[in-house]
Write a protein of this length. Structure first.
Length: 598
């Protein structure tokens, strides 16, 4: 029997080669045990694997017996997802909170298995313009797509769907899935997850619409839903795009032909006469570089989407943009049964900055002449190109002030300060926290053309860190730097099994990445590994990795969220530390009486 992962790979290839193919009998793949080993492998390393839902069920205790119970309940269709436990997380740079649903781990396993099946079917048919929650795609691939495709845009339409994830219509979503998947049991299972409800303060609430954030399949279901928007914009593009009647302006063509005639004459002349003609050539060449080359008569739409945020670049008039915005609002209202956010859906001239995925985006209008192409021809290489910028006044300043890293004086200048709530941490922990924050922001904004301006942000971070360390030791910055100096840099030493290591303070410029456009656009099928994963092999070996017994009926996975939290006092902790694994395969007796003896 073929491994399920190999079958899913073949499904994905079929979906890629035949976009209109209808898939049937997919439910049977949920009744195979190997898909749950693959699902567990994808889930157990996540930080939320040990987080409890409405029951005590977590990644700990996974094994063959749990898989058999899940498959049995799915086979007789008695499987019923538990309500998710609702909690709230703080939105970035906002006082608002976002609801988050935490399913039980068994429900996570089934959702992950279902996600793999749905992804094999849908991933190959999603359009290249969609970048949110997809394999090998991210905010950076969306931004690189803009960098490549949006050159020469005259207007931007910034799009945002109001409460998108909360307002997905369940009935319409199921209708859309039925067009591609003719399997009643798969549809019924998806509907069960949509209608599972949630528990808040131990009170049950029904769900009438939306896909809960935190659900494993929620992002994929949202992409299936918003795929209709992608197709609609592509239809708009098809009707809107019109090639230019004349690619070169008559004025530029006439000036260019004049220069060519002078160049031809220069070859036949010499001496003073040639020098005079050469001066005339230089004057006309300078004039040519100031004349618009492209006849701006073409009309074009470019589009990119990340989750419910999208950006449309328009070569056309502002009236064209307003009409596009109106058509989008009608489609989203009538077809998707949602609402386009009026206050966030803006029409912006491309000389001004549009905001997308935390970047400011605009089109350069620069007459700067550089050698381009083969390095010999002078060109206006920067004119019309897309510029990605770090929004310092919003994102960076808000981060610095919200974290208590700096204060602002009356003149507007910022001064680094110590962070009181970090003083109780160790020196190593303080440096690691600052490094993590600095690298996180600098890595994210590594595509920005004004990236080098982050050096001031790096300065604020470094001296806030030094002031925090100095405050902790009741010392001065100079003494801290002297104590931890390593050549021209500084860092905190710490001990490991291999000996003494040093955690250097991070350098922002190390986060700068070079552009790599080769992997931005790819519509390849999902690549699945066919090999049996090591966790499956370990469970099927029927050997307890703690006591060595081979005659137990049940073997289970003992799981911990972080190895560094283990104290190394118990035998099982020493075993996990020695193996450098967050999982330990144990017999049920060891799991219950030795590990969970309390």
């Amino acid at each position: 029997m073929k491994p399920t992962m190999e079958i899913l790979s073949n499904l994905s290839k079929n979906s890629l080669n035949n976009k209109d193919e209808i898939f049937t009998r997919l439910y049977r793949y949920l009744l195979r045990s190997d898909i749950y080993f693959a699902a567990y492998k994808n889930l157990y390393a996540n930080s939320g694997a040990g987080t409890k839902g409405v029951t005590e069920d977590t990644a700990d205790g996974f094994g063959g017996e749990k898989i058999r119970k899940i498959i049995k309940s799915l086979a007789d269709e008695s499987y019923q997802p538990m309500p998710v436990r609702r909690t709230y997380i703080q939105k970035k740079n906002s006082n608002k909170q976002r609801p988050l649903g935490i399913p039980t781990f068994s429900d996570k396993l089934v959702q992950e298995a279902l996600r793999m099946i749905l992804e094999a079917v849908y991933e190959p048919i999603f359009l290249n313009m969609s970048h949110g929650f997809r394999p090998k795609r991210s905010c950076h691939t969306a931004l690189k797509f803009i960098k490549m495709e949006f050159n020469g845009a005259r207007w931007f339409v910034e799009g945002d769907i109001k409460g998108c994830f909360d307002n997905i219509d369940h009935k319409l979503l199921v209708e859309l899935i039925r067009k591609k998947i003719k399997d009643a049991r798969i549809i019924k299972l998806i509907y069960k997850f949509l209608k599972a409800g949630y528990m808040e303060n131990w009170k049950y609430h029904k769900t009438y619409s939306g896909t809960p954030q935190g659900g494993i399949i929620s992002p994929l279901l949202a992409n299936i839903y918003l795929h209709e928007l992608d197709k609609f914009v592509m239809k708009l593009k098809e009707d809107f795009d019109k090639p230019s009647k004349e690619t070169i302006t008559p004025e530029y063509r006439e000036a260019h032909n004049e220069i060519k005639r002078i160049s031809y004459r220069l070859k036949k002349l010499s001496g003073e006469e040639r020098e005079q003609l050469l001066e005339e050539y230089r004057v006309k060449r300078r004039r040519l570089m100031s004349i618009p080359c492209t006849a701006q008569t073409d009309k074009k739409i470019k589009y990119v989407r990340y989750a419910d945020d999208f950006l449309i670049a328009v070569k056309g008039s502002k009236e064209d943009c307003l009409e596009i915005k109106m058509k989008l609002a009608e489609f989203i209202s009538n077809r998707l049964r949602m609402e386009l956010s009026e206050e966030k859906t803006l029409v912006t001239h491309s000389s001004q900055c549009a905001r997308f995925l935390g970047y400011d985006i605009r089109v350069r209008r620069s007459g700067t002449i550089k050698r381009g192409g083969n390095g010999h021809v002078k060109m206006r290489t920067m004119n019309g190109g897309i510029e990605l910028l770090v929004p310092f006044n919003d994102k960076i300043h808000n981060f610095v002030f919200s974290k208590g890293i700096a204060i602002q004086a009356d003149g507007g200048k910022m001064f680094p300060v110590h962070r009181k709530y970090l003083i109780s941490s160790t020196d190593l922990e303080i440096v690691m926290i600052y490094n993590s924050e600095l690298r996180g922001i600098c890595n994210y904004y590594s595509l920005a053309s004004n990236f080098n301006k982050l050096d001031y942000f790096a300065y604020l971070m470094e001296y806030s860190c030094l002031k925090t360390l100095a405050s902790r030791h009741k010392s001065s910055i100079s003494k801290i730097k002297s104590k931890y100096r390593v050549g021209k840099d500084w860092g905190v030493p710490y001990e490991t099994k291999k000996g003494r290591e040093i955690c250097l303070f991070a350098k922002y410029e190390d986060c700068k990445r070079s552009f790599n456009y080769s992997d931005v656009i790819s519509n390849a099928a999902i690549a699945y590994g066919y090999a049996v994963n090591t966790l499956e092999n370990r469970l099927k070996a029927h050997t307890c990795e703690l006591c060595g017994t081979t005659d137990s009926k049940f073997y289970e996975v003992h799981h911990v969220n972080k190895l560094k939290n283990l104290k190394g006092k118990e035998r099982w902790e020493l075993a996990m530390i020695a193996k450098k694994r967050k999982t330990l395969i144990v017999c049920r007796n060891c799991h219950r009486s030795v590990i969970h003896k309390n």
